[in-house]
Write a protein that binds this ligand. Structure first.
Ligand code: PEP
Ligand code: MN
Length: 338
């Protein structure tokens, strides 16, 4: 249920309404917007329907939430969510590019990679310490040690970093050290992992499952918000179709859809969507033109030597070029770029 409050509602009135809802053993989520404050109540709608909540001071109306993803839906949060990571605002007027290698490749390499992507103009560093490899015999990543290499790179460059979490047992460790935790495509419906990152307050980059519908994608985000973590960024990264020239099929069409349905920021991954280096720039520009709040891109000084995903990894000239062109597209659609 949505309880829409009157403009100018007082804090005492809000507190009173919240207490009333809690006394019914229901869980209220208060969203204070520019125009309106809205209280979302998740739970047995019949209990609320029987209560004369409209009569409480400060309440304008009580409505049902139509979408199954309630906290993720724009119905319950009409203003766009902006998530601050270090000095970078994600979901605000400026689009942001995050970049780095697919995998952490040792401490000296991580520092060098972070320096280079900073020089190219990227504002956040990415690299995987825990790698979800298709083969159990492929390199599985540096694990926690690799996360600490990124902490060292952050100290050196000042760039915040995002890295994937695969195991609920690593969530607390990552929440402590990383600036943002990534849930990979293969784990989008790993509900225990979603609940665990939901208990933290560290921002979460939730990648779209390669076979997931947009509804399923948004329901996974709902799992995280329902636990209390509202710092969720949606990440379209291509989906599997019958097409087999590219690794996946670019889902740029998902961007305006999720931005219409949800208030959460959207950062897209053209590297995994296309799987081929030369298509990463056009695909990235298409995502930005469709309304994405930024990109996450695999970049490496020598992509041929990258430990994983080298075939889809751009070099630094390409990254610099991509960022310059992202800037132009952003301006053309009335936005700006970091
Ligand atoms: C990655 O970002 O390196 C990654 C494994 O992404 P995805 O989960 O989208 O395949
Ligand atoms: Mn990768």
């Amino acid at each position: 249920m949505l309880i829409v409050l009157k403009p100018g509602v007082t804090q005492d009135e809000i507190d009173h309404i919240v207490e009333k809802i809690k006394s019914l053993k229901l869980n209220p989520h208060v969203s204070t917007g520019v125009q309106r404050t809205i209280i979302t109540v998740i739970g047995d709608e019949d209990i609320i329907r029987e209560q004369p909540l409209e009569a409480l001071a400060g309440v304008e109306s009580v409505k049902s939430i139509l979408r199954p993803f309630k906290l993720v839906s724009k119905e319950t949060h009409p203003d766009r969510t902006v998530i601050k990571v270090g000095d970078v605002e994600i979901g605000g007027p400026r689009v942001v590019v995050m970049a780095g290698p697919c995998a952490v490749e040792g401490e000296a390499a991580v520092v060098e990679h972070a320096r280079m992507i900073k020089k190219a103009g990227a504002k956040m560093f990415r690299a995987g310490a825990f790698k979800p490899r298709t083969s159990p015999y492929s390199f599985q990543g540096y694990g926690r040690e690799g996360v600490m290499f990124m902490v060292a790179a952050r100290q050196e460059t000042g760039l915040p970093f995002v890295t994937e979490v695969m195991d609920p047992r690593d969530v607390e460790f990552l929440a402590e050290h990383a600036d943002m935790m990534q849930i990979g495509t293969r784990n989008m419906q790993n509900y225990n992992l979603l609940k665990e990152v939901g208990r933290m307050r560290t921002p979460v980059l939730l990648k779209r499952g390669m076979n997931a519908t947009i509804n399923e994608f948004l329901m996974s985000a709902e799992y995280i918000l329902a636990q209390g973590n509202r710092n969720v960024i949606l990440c379209p990264r291509g989906i599997r179709t019958f097409e087999d020239i590219t690794r996946n099929t670019l889902d740029a069409g998902a961007v305006p859809v999720v931005k219409e349905l949800s208030h959460l920021p959207v950062i897209c991954d053209p590297s995994h969507a296309m799987g081929i280096r030369d298509y990463v720039i056009p695909a990235g520009l298409a995502y930005i033109a469709a309304g994405a709040d930024g990109l996450i891109v695999e970049a490496h000084p020598n992509p041929e030597d990258a430990t994983s995903d080298g075939q889809q990894t751009v070099n630094y000239e390409q990254l610099t070029d991509l960022i310059a062109r992202v800037n132009k597209v952003a301006k053309a659609i009335g936005r700006d770029c970091y």
